[in-house]
Write a protein that binds this ligand. Structure first.
Ligand SMILES: Nc1nc2c([nH]c(=O)n2[C@H]2C[C@H](O)[C@@H](COP(=O)(O)OP(=O)(O)OP(=O)(O)O)O2)c(=O)[nH]1
Length: 322
């Protein structure tokens, strides 16, 4: 018997075309790999072609859209083994496609809101892409608070000065019962300000906070779990610091991870910063949206995205200290 030949990885250029807040979706023909499922337009990168050239070509061939190469921004890269095929989905977004799209290969196409995309309608490898499109590029984390009252006041002032889409309500200094009180007060205030709330700590914090958008597990909590502790309708985030932890978070079915410290931080002065180069290579190996964390401002979200990440997470850029 001969040893099994390793399957060659196929480099696939995947285009997220955005217009008026909606994204262009096609249906794969029944007879092809992963046939009958929905997909983002795209196809294999040909020999001698850059991924950007492949995206421009595939969009023209499949939809008739014209896309300036310079408008393409990286979203996420995903390695996935389908068993019969190993793919690297190299996902890029553009909001500058010109023309009216048509299914040039006979495939139905339509514009859909990212919030309406269902995992089960797409090939399995697409799950992190859908997460990446729904998650914001900035994850705002709450900072120090001496009491619930002070925490709520800082939250309201912080959101007023800098509106946020998603707030991670982190207050490890509070006892669980006090934290529950904070979460119950924070939830309606954040909703009013247009922000979703992720509770922080053990999965029980999520179960006792109806209306929370999800839960963020510190690494020490995630390390004790073998399966996803909450349903798929809420966000599951995990704090990670290296490749092994990211792999574990992926096995748990995390929707995103934070990775850091990217830079030296005042809150964790003893921790060694990994720097952007290590951040980039850890992100390249991850199949989950990754926020950079540690010494970053919201203005670092662009840098993190260029390195393949989801964006930047942090405290100091928005949390009022006084
Ligand atoms: N285009 C696209 N392909 C995807 C997505 N998700 C996903 O797993 N894939 C997989 C399915 C296929 O194995 C591979 C893309 O190959 P393809 O068959 O569409 O590529 P192509 O257009 O160059 O095909 P062909 O000319 O060789 O027939 O990537 C997605 O969202 N869009």
């Amino acid at each position: 018997m001969t040893a099994a030949t390793p399957i060659r990885e196929i480099h696939v250029a995947v285009a997220v075309v955005i217009r008026d807040g909606k994204v262009l979706i096609a249906r794969r023909p029944d007879h092809v790999h992963q046939g009958g499922l929905l997909e983002f337009p795209g196809g294999k990168v040909e020999a001698g072609e850059s991924v950007q050239q492949a995206l421009v070509r595939e969009l023209a061939e499949e939809t008739g859209l014209t896309v300036p190469e310079t408008s393409l921004e990286p979203v996420i890269g995903i390695r996935h083994n389908y068993g019969d095929k190993q793919v690297f989905l190299d996902v890029w977004r553009t909001a500058e496609a010109q023309g009216t799209p048509e299914g040039r290969e006979g495939q139905p196409i339509e514009w859909l809101a990212p919030s309406s995309l269902n995992d089960d309608d797409f090939p399995a490898a697409n799950r992190p892409i859908i997460r990446a499109l729904r998650l914001p590029s900035v994850l705002a984390i709450t900072g120090p608070m001496a009491s619930v009252e002070q925490g709520v006041a800082r939250l309201v002032a912080g959101l007023k000065a800098k509106p946020q889409a998603l707030v991670l309500l982190r207050a490890p200094e509070l006892e669980p019962a006090v934290y529950r009180d904070l979460a119950q007060q924070a939830l309606p205030l954040c909703r009013q300000a247009g922000a979703g709330v992720l509770v922080h700590g053990a999965p029980e914090r999520f179960h006792e906070t109806p209306g929370a958008a999800g839960v963020h597990l510190p690494w020490r909590e995630a390390a004790t779990l073998q399966t996803r502790p909450i349903g798929s309708e809420a966000w599951l985030g995990v704090s990670c610091h290296n490749a092994e932890q990211i792999a574990h978070a992926q096995r748990l079915g995390a929707d995103y991870v934070t990775l850091g410290p990217v830079q030296a931080t005042a809150t964790h002065p003893g921790a060694d910063a990994m720097g952007w180069t290590a951040f980039q290579s850890l992100v390249a190996a991850a199949a989950v949206p990754v926020y950079g964390l540690g010494g970053l401002a919201d203005t670092d979200a662009g840098r993190a995205r260029r390195d393949g990440g989801q964006g930047a997470a942090g405290i100091r850029f928005w949390w009022p200290e006084h």
